[in-house]
Design a protein around this ligand. Structure first.
Ligand code: SF4
Ligand SMILES: [Zn+2]
Length: 164
């Protein structure tokens, strides 16, 4: 069964699930057809852009449609067409998967962080946690991961360079 047809009976996000953010979805109280008709595509896109849960919605749809072919990604969701969501997934999967962060035995990367405390936003650990949990990724974390990825490409390690 393709999801495209099933989705038409409800709004892009409401599908019997009870995730809290969906209560604030702009599409909850609108005609779902807006998100599934070519004629109203621009309107749906504009509504998504002003929706306060756009990031949550995008993370959720990427998770939900993971691995689906383009043709099975129906309607506008999170301000993206099915093709755009497919392209975004492909792009995200191209980001290099880095080896797990090395233990901080020799060079503590997070001085002062008590053991067991989650890494704060703006670090690669936090980025990885967001991705693992399907959470929206904020700019600070995205930037931290990009920095780590480019350092890894340059130096073969994500550990900070020892002070000289
Ligand atoms: S971003 Fe668009 S599809 Fe997602 S909840 Fe908001 S209005 Fe609905
Ligand atoms: Zn973060």
């Amino acid at each position: 069964m393709t999801m495209g047809t099933a989705e038409r009976t409800s709004t892009p996000v409401a599908r019997g699930s009870t995730r809290a953010w969906e209560l604030n979805a702009l599409c909850r109280n609108e005609d779902p057809e807006l998100w599934f008709s070519d004629r109203t595509r621009a309107i749906a896109m504009a509504l998504c852009r002003s929706c306060e849960v756009l990031q949550e919605c995008r993370a959720a749809v990427l998770h939900r449609e993971d691995g689906l072919p383009k043709c099975d990604r129906g309607g506008i969701v999170a301000g993206l067409t099915g093709d755009q969501r497919h392209a975004l997934e492909t792009r995200l999967k191209r980001i290099p998967v880095l080896p797990p962060e090395a233990p901080t035995r020799t060079v503590p990367t997070q001085p002062g962080r008590p053991p067991g405390e989650p890494a704060p936003c703006g670090t690669r650990s936090a980025y990885q946690r967001h991705v693992r949990k399907g959470e929206p990724v904020d700019d600070a974390c995205r930037a931290a991961n990009a920095r780590s990825a480019s350092q890894y490409r340059r130096t073969g390690t994500t550990l900070p360079r020892p002070m000289t």
